[in-house]
Design a protein around this ligand. Structure first.
Ligand SMILES: Cc1cc2nc3c(=O)[nH]c(=O)nc-3n(C[C@H](O)[C@H](O)[C@H](O)COP(=O)(O)OP(=O)(O)OC[C@H]3O[C@@H](n4cnc5c(N)ncnc54)[C@H](O)[C@@H]3O)c2cc1C
Length: 467
């Protein structure tokens, strides 16, 4: 029987464990932290709970507009953290994954401390556990800047006792923008610093610009192209960031500086060199399409390979890695170009699937259609008129190449677009689906009608529907 050791009980490791056990391998799961990994304990689940709180505060402030009289909501941060723990525990209780793993008779070593390779077929944990197997399936970047130890990460939110009155967030990718947006809504004075020319650099440019405008409107200071950080220093009330731009020395201060400049996996603790596992130029574990590393008996999946660092992709990778570890090189990973909806629960939400306009223009002759949310029925009913839905369509084939949404329920709207993309639908086919009125998803169909018209395609009575 093949012996498999899986390292890490995040979504990738848990799925790899289940798959390997299901394929009949004698499987052991070892993890330094709690079962569920970052996803359950430090990432999407707790952060989404904070985002929900920000949303509730916003909704509470809207009550007066709809004739419901209440006093101004007041946030109790300690109580919020209790709620975060309740949610994490409840999600954990309802997860059937642990039960399934136990049912397979897998040996699980939780809170075991970091495991490291001592030779290609042996790992040891800090607690002295020694694991041997035929196959192995295997965390924030620190900058060499003076005073970097004075900065925080999103994880420090769990140990705060109150909402900090002021916060600098450095890095405006998905995590930084999420932290900035949530704490701005919870009452911090937030300054968001991005070294690049625009926040959310991987989103469509229209979405980046709209998000920056919305954040500014909500009172956040957004500084794109801010320059280069020189140092961090302690002040009587917090931390000062010294930076320079075009020869001018500048600074900004806050009680807390949160750095979110790109997620790195901490591979150093694994002692991968002892097992012959190479890293790529970005310092993530190098794998091929079967998720096999340079050591043929070691496979890797999840954030550690540095591709799409998201839960669904970690799950998919865990399954693929375990299949190939047990059955040989059988199942290649779907290419990254496959349909991958991505969204973030900021205020306002944004989401995308497929190509951005800039990328699509490089390869295709395209048309774009934009439906603004200031004139759609549902957004008017809900008083959520900010944002738009944008479709990018190939002119020749009428196939949908990309969808980008910012505003209320952006993530859900894009999920529907993802299904249309996965099905290879043309934009007129999408335009002919009479989605319920008045819903958010319907804005997608109305955008499709606009694009179809632009292409001269007939959509019959659908072109007369209201949005
Ligand atoms: C703030 C934030 C918000 C996010 N929001 C979302 C979201 O909304 N949607 C989404 O899809 N994704 C989100 N993500 C990303 C998501 O959390 C990750 O992509 C996902 O958790 C990756 O899963 P994984 O299995 O690769 O690793 P992880 O979940 O990081 O789990 C790794 C496990 O390995 C263990 N480990 C590490 N090193 C060792 C070692 N040497 N020995 C033993 N065990 C070890 C750790 O203890 C941990 O249990 C978010 C991330 C962050 C930080």
């Amino acid at each position: 029987m093949t012996q498999v050791v899986v390292v890490g009980a995040g979504p990738a490791g848990v799925l790899a464990t289940l798959r390997a056990a299901d394929l009949g391998a004698q499987t052991t799961l070892v993890t330094s932290g709690a079962f569920g990994g970052m996803a359950a304990n430090d990432g999407p689940v707790p952060v989404r709970t904070l985002a929900h709180t920000a949303r509730l505060l916003r909704e509470a402030r809207q009550l007066g507009q709809y004739g419901v009289r209440v006093s101004e909501p007041v946030l109790d941060y300690s109580r919020l953290l209790v709620r975060v723990r309740e949610v994490v525990n409840e999600v954990d209780t309802h997860s059937s994954l642990r039960r399934q793993i136990d049912d397979f008779g897998v040996t699980v070593h939780e809170q075991a401390g970091a495991a490291r390779f001592v030779d290609p077929h042996t790992m040891e944990t800090k607690g002295g556990l020694r694991l041997q197997a035929d196959k192995f399936i295997g965390v924030n970047r620190r900058l060499p800047i003076a005073g970097f130890e004075l900065t925080s990460t999103h994880s420090d939110a769990w140990s705060l006792t109150s909402v900090p009155p002021s916060m600098l967030v450095v890095g405006a990718g998905a995590t930084g923008v999420q932290v900035a947006s949530i704490f701005n809504a919870l009452g911090s004075r937030v300054q968001l610093f991005e070294a690049g020319p625009r926040i959310l650099a991987t989103e469509d440019e229209s979405v980046s610009a709209a998000a920056a405008a919305a954040f500014r409107e909500a009172g956040m200071v957004v500084r794109e192209n801010f320059g280069t950080i020189e140092s961090f220093e302690k002040t009587t009330t917090g931390v000062r960031m010294n930076f320079s731009k075009e020869g001018t020395r500048l600074n900004a201060e806050a009680l807390l500086v949160v750095v979110a400049i790109g997620w790195m996996t901490d591979t150093s603790g694994l002692n991968l060199a002892a097992a012959g596992v190479e890293l790529n130029e970005r310092k993530f574990v190098k794998v091929d399409e079967y998720l096999q590393t340079s050591a043929p008996h070691i496979f890797a999946a999840g954030d550690i390979i540095g591709r799409m660092m998201l839960v669904p992709q970690a799950i998919q990778g865990g399954y693929v890695a375990a299949t190939n570890a047990v059955q040989g090189r059988k199942l290649p990973l779907l290419p990254e170009e496959e349909v991958t909806p991505i969204g973030s629960f900021t205020e306002p939400e944004y989401a995308q699937v497929g190509l951005t306009e800039a990328k699509a223009r490089k390869t295709n002759d395209i048309v774009t259609a934009i439906l603004n949310f200031d004139s759609t029925t549902r957004t008017i009913i809900d008083g959520r008129k900010f944002g738009f839905c944008k479709l990018i369509v190939d002119r020749e084939t009428a196939k949908i190449l990309g969808c980008h949404v910012i505003g209320e329920r952006a993530v859900d709207i894009v999920e529907v677009a993802a299904i249309a993309l996965a099905a290879g639908m043309s934009v007129d086919e999408l335009a002919r689906i009479p989605l319920s009125y008045p819903t958010y998803a319907r804005s997608l169909v109305r955008t499709a009608v606009k694009a179809a018209r632009e292409l001269g395609l007939q959509v019959g009575w659908h072109s007369h529907e209201v949005a």
